[in-house]
Every structure is written in structure tokens, then in C-alpha cells.
Design a binder for this molecule. Structure first.
Ligand SMILES: O=C(O)CCC(=O)C(=O)O
Length: 311
């Protein structure tokens, strides 16, 4: 038996990727394109970073224009569709969109931004040269009460073989406190994953009991001018309150993964761009993190609908 094992290991050397297990980034050294070394260390330590005013005015203007176009399209709707997730009091004169679903799939400007802009350089600084786009969404959070997003971790929604996936949130408007800006719990990406089922029901958020054991008072809520970008790891606990201000808080979210992270579910079966390589080379070996990954259902709509039940 020992001979057989030693023969097998000499015939099948472990792939280089195997030694990377448990790291959230794939790069250890080399020139950075956008981030400072300190920012990369902060991402590893805290599970998130904020990059104030990163997106320049040209891109910002294009994104704001195309966003207005979709808001106008929503005016004629009386109920949510596959593309628009609407609040109950949405009207033609006062559109209240919770989410534009998969903007990168439905508009070339959003896709170009997600796949070619400085965002991908930020991702490369954290994940290395081989990058897949996973999905995008635009959460509006309407003024005067736009809905809360309960504390949760993302990876249970779209489980992967490792924890490289991360999300870049782009402020499409200035964000100040009271606007329901996202809060991140520093270091929570290093904890075990939380159970986001309540019994048999997928609720997509942490239980009251688990929240009681977390340092929510230590959560950090980045604010900043339009064009500010936050980056958070898929294990980082985060959430956002209702928007108490009289301004909308449009937040464009793009999720990426290292090319060697493979999905466990068919959540993106209808997404033409989802899970596609956007930079570098495809992976020949899947990288598996040794920590278990909870698998949420792949037949749910948006986080807002999932989280409506009380836990
Ligand atoms: O839009 C927000 O405030 C947070 C969104 C979020 O955390 C998510 O969609 O996973």
C-alpha cells in the first residue's frame, strides 16, 4: 500500500494550485496596478477595503446615463419582472426600484465597465492575472425608506470551490451616513461560515443568535463621493439599513472570482456573461478550499425577496 501511494504521488504530482488552499488572494508579490501594498494587506486582514473616488468622471457619467435609461423603462411597470425588482409602492412618477438584475447581461455599457475598466485591475491586484466575471446587480435603495439588507455572507448564495470571489461596489451617487450604506464587519471573513438557513428554509441572512455573537458595533460603513468603490470578500459579513435620507443610493455591484474557483450550482444558467473568463488564462485545475461551503438554493430571486421572512 505504501509503495502504491508513493508510486501514485510520483506519477501524479500535486498541481501548483493545491498549495494555495485557504488563501483569499492568489498573488503574494509582484507589481500592483491600482492598489497600494497596504490596501492589499488591509483587504486580507479586514475582508474589505474602500477606495474613495476611484472611478473617474467619464465612466461615472456614462454609468449614470445608462442607469437613468433603465429607471425610465421601469416607469411603465406595475410589478417586478426578471430584470426589475420593484418596491411595493413603485409608481410611474415615483419609481422605486430595489434592484436592476444582471445589468452587465443586458447593457453593453455595464458589461464594458465590468469587464474592461479599472475595476478589473483592482481585482487582478487581489486575485492574480486569471479572472472570471461572475455576476452584477444594481441596488437602488430609494429615498425615504429603501429597504434594508440584513447581515449576511455572500458565498452561500453562489457557492464556489474556494473563497477568492469578491464584490466591487461602485457608488453611482455621493453616499453619506443615513443613506443605508453598506456596513462590513472587519475580520468576519476569517470566521466559519454562518448557517443562512432557518431550519429547512433558505433565509439568506444570519440568525439573531449568531448576530449576538458578532461585534456589529465594530462594523465599518464606508461613505464617499460618487465613484467610490468598496471591495469585499465573499465571506465578509455585511448588511445595510433602510435609506433614511431624501436621496437615492444607487450601488452598482460586480462580482469576480479567480479562474480556478468553480461554481457548485447552476444559479447563472440564464446569464450569457456569467462565470466567463475576462482576463488571463482558464484554469486547468480547480482550487478547493478545505473549509466547507454552505450551498444556498439556485432557484431564488433577489436577496430582498429571500430576506423578507423574520428570523
Ligand atoms: O445594496 C446593499 O445595500 C447591499 C447589497 C448586498 O449586500 C448584496 O446584494 O449582497
Amino acid at each position: 500500500m505504501a509503495n502504491l501511494e508513493s508510486k501514485r504521488s510520483s506519477l501524479q504530482p500535486a498541481p501548483p494550485e493545491a498549495s494555495r488552499a485557504n488563501r483569499i488572494t492568489s498573488v503574494q508579490s509582484g507589481a500592483l496596478k491600482v492598489l497600494s501594498a497596504d490596501q492589499r494587506v488591509a483587504y486580507e486582514r479586514d475582508g474589505f477595503i474602500a477606495l474613495p473616488g476611484l472611478i473617474g468622471s467619464d465612466w461615472l457619467k456614462r454609468l449614470q446615463q445608462v442607469t437613468s435609461k433603465f429607471v425610465d423603462q421601469s416607469r411603465s411597470l406595475t410589478q417586478s419582472t426578471a430584470v426589475f425588482d420593484l418596491e411595493a409602492d413603485h409608481t410611474p412618477t415615483h419609481p422605486r426600484i430595489r434592484r436592476l438584475v444582471s445589468p452587465a447581461d443586458i447593457d453593453p455599457t455595464f458589461w464594458q465597465f465590468a469587464s474592461e475598466s479599472i475595476l478589473v485591475d483592482v481585482v487582478e491586484d487581489l486575485l492574480g492575472p486569471d479572472i472570471k466575471f461572475h455576476h452584477s446587480k444594481l441596488n437602488f435603495k430609494a429615498p425615504g425608506g429603501g429597504e434594508e439588507v440584513k447581515w449576511h455572507q455572500d458565498i452561500q448564495f453562489w457557492p464556489h470551490t474556494n473563497y477568492s470571489p469578491l464584490t466591487l461596489g461602485v457608488f453611482l451617487a455621493d453616499v453619506v451616513p443615513e443613506m443605508g450604506n453598506v456596513g462590513f464587519v472587519p475580520g468576519s471573513h476569517l470566521l466559519d461560515l454562518f448557517d443562512q438557513y432557518n431550519g429547512d428554509d433558505w433565509v439568506g441572512c444570519l440568525s439573531r443568535e449568531d448576530l449576538g455573537n458578532l461585534d456589529l458595533d465594530g462594523a465599518v460603513y464606508p461613505c464617499g463621493p460618487a465613484g467610490t468603490v468598496t471591495v469585499h470578500n465573499c465571506r465578509t459579513v455585511h448588511g445595510s439599513a433602510r435609506n433614511q435620507s431624501n436621496q437615492e443610493r444607487p450601488l452598482l455591484l460586480q462580482t469576480y472570482a479567480a479562474a480556478d474557483a468553480y461554481v457548485y450550482t447552476d444559479l447563472l444558467r440564464k446569464s450569457p456573461r456569467g462565470d466567463s473568463l475576462i482576463r488571463g488564462r482558464p484554469a486547468r485545475w480547480a482550487r478547493h478550499d478545505s473549509r466547507p461551503c454552505q450551498v444556498g438554493p439556485s432557484r431564488v430571486r433577489t436577496i430582498f425577496e429571500v430576506q423578507q421572512c423574520e428570523v
